[in-house]
Design a protein around this ligand. Structure first.
Ligand SMILES: *[C@@H]1O[C@H](CO)[C@@H](O)[C@H](O)[C@H]1NC(C)=O
Length: 456
């Protein structure tokens, strides 16, 4: 009797309860939003390159990577239970099993790397909310391709992996693959604290009336804002990807324009997206979510090598009319975001947005056509910069793509941009068949020409 009482009061041993933002992700992922995938194309055999050993090391460095997610439906809680030992097993797909997976997806002459990325975005290990269950936070697979190429895919629950984590994960993976020494890194021991526990004192505070007013504004705005045309709102959804790539010249001109206007690339990308989407003589309102990494402004600040989810979203709506000028609109969008951030909305509105997200997940019919779209588009405040290096060559890295799924609740198009060797490389994720591949390819093509034709 006493024993069971104690058990009831305690979470699984060694566990930390998922709270706030993490809790919202635990609610969102079963529906299909928040499956983070990093897919790497390589010309080195994963087995002989020591992939398994490398992943063991990463798992030992980062407690969250060797944690399992415990779902307790009776108490409506989730917790991360950290194993003292590593347990990851790379799942290998040979040539014939890989080609079966690729065949089952529709053909649009899409590169295998992208097809495998899409396949992985829809492998949902976390789909069971109804019963007590335990799932890993990190899964690894290798897929053999023709011509002695492989794709290595890491799949993570977003509560454990925001975009900064994914970027660091790739860097650390390359590092452990090329070096033998087993250096101690920060982060051994326990799962890092949740973002809510690290918000500077007073910054998340809001008067009760202000909370009510803002919640009302958010829900009214989301109902009034314009959605991209829904192609099929009934069928089950999965995540698909369109890749937007620009050459070095165009990228440079865009970055220079941003600089001269005193804005970040996210404003330019959002403006191009809205101009490409707006197809009406009337003014329309569109919602844009900008994700900002809070690591550097937390108390204490966290390094990029602290794994977990430390981003916060700022929601803004923008009135768009026909004939908007890219540069002016970009400035307007970026300024609205910067002002919101200046007012600490990334901290003060965090709980409200999490609450609304969970409400929409519970009641999809609250959203137009049960589409579960929370905004037209999402962008990241800061772009990722990367350049080819010695390490990448040593492990035979030829290309990679990283993003997270959005076919549960989320935007119609989520942008994950990287500037690689001076070129813009942007993974655009969308829910299918709510939106079709043709529709999204057309939108992204339009964005591209809006960007290229209206700068410098
Ligand atoms: C490839 O893998 C499948 C499934 O694991 C197996 O049945 C098949 O024999 C393998 N093929 C080769 C050529 O090794």
């Amino acid at each position: 009797m006493y024993q069971s009482l104690v058990e009831m009061m305690m979470e699984p041993k060694g566990g930390r309860i998922a709270s706030g933002t993490e809790y919202s992700w635990c609610r969102a992922v079963p529906g299909g939003t928040g499956i983070a995938v990093l897919a790497i194309l390589t010309s080195k055999v994963p087995e002989t390159s020591g992939l398994q050993d490398a992943l063991n090391k990463l798992q030992s460095y980062h407690p969250i990577l060797r944690s399992r997610l415990h779902t307790n439906p009776s108490k409506n809680t989730f917790s991360f239970v950290t194993s003292p030992t590593t347990f990851i097993q790379v799942k290998s797909f040979n040539l014939s099993s890989t080609s079966k997976i690729l065949e089952s997806s529709e053909r649009f002459s899409i590169a295998p790397l992208q097809l495998i990325l899409e396949h992985e975005l829809n492998e949902n290990a976390w789909c069971n909310l109804k019963c007590t269950s335990t799932t890993d936070m990190l899964y690894a697979s290798s897929y053999a391709l023709p011509d002695a190429k492989w794709v290595v895919a890491l799949r993570l629950h977003v509560a454990a992996c925001d975009r900064t984590t994914a970027v660091s994960l790739l860097k650390e993976l390359l590092l452990v693959l090329v070096s033998d020494d087993d250096q101690e890194q920060e982060g051994r021991g326990e799962v890092n604290l949740a973002i809510e526990a690290l918000i500077p004192k007073g910054k998340a505070k809001k008067a009760l009336w202000a909370r009510g007013r803002d919640m009302l504004t958010y829900s009214v705005n989301s109902l009034k804002s314009t959605n991209l045309k829904f192609i099929d709102a009934k069928s089950p959804r999965s995540s698909q990807v369109v890749r937007l790539q620009l050459n070095k010249d165009d990228t440079e001109r865009i970055l220079l324009t941003c600089k001269s206007r005193g804005i970040k690339l996210c404003g330019m990308l959002a403006a191009a997206g809205l101009i490409a989407a707006h197809n009406s003589d009337n003014q329309r309102k569109y919602a844009v979510a900008t994700l900002t990494d809070c690591r550097s402004i937390l108390e204490p600040p966290l390094s990029n090598h602290r794994f977990g989810f430390y981003h916060s979203a700022i929601m803004n709506t923008h009135l768009i009319k026909r004939g908007e000028k890219l540069g002016d609109l970009a400035k307007k969008i970026y300024t609205a975001f910067a002002n919101s951030k200046h007012c600490n909305r990334h901290f003060s509105d965090m709980a409200d947005l999490n609450f609304l997200m969970c409400k929409a997940i519970e009641n999809p019919s609250l959203t137009p056509a049960s589409s579960l779209r929370s905004s037209f588009m999402s962008v990241f405040e800061d772009s990722v910069f990367d350049s080819s290096n010695e390490m990448q060559q040593q492990v035979g890295l030829e290309d990679y793509m990283g993003c997270a799924s959005v076919h549960g609740i989320g935007p119609s198009i989520a942008l994950f941009d990287t500037i690689r060797d001076g070129r813009l490389d942007c993974v655009c994720v969308y829910p299918s068949p709510l939106h079709s591949r043709e529709q999204m390819q057309e939108l992204v093509e339009k964005m591209k020409s809006v960007l290229v034709q209206n700068v410098g």
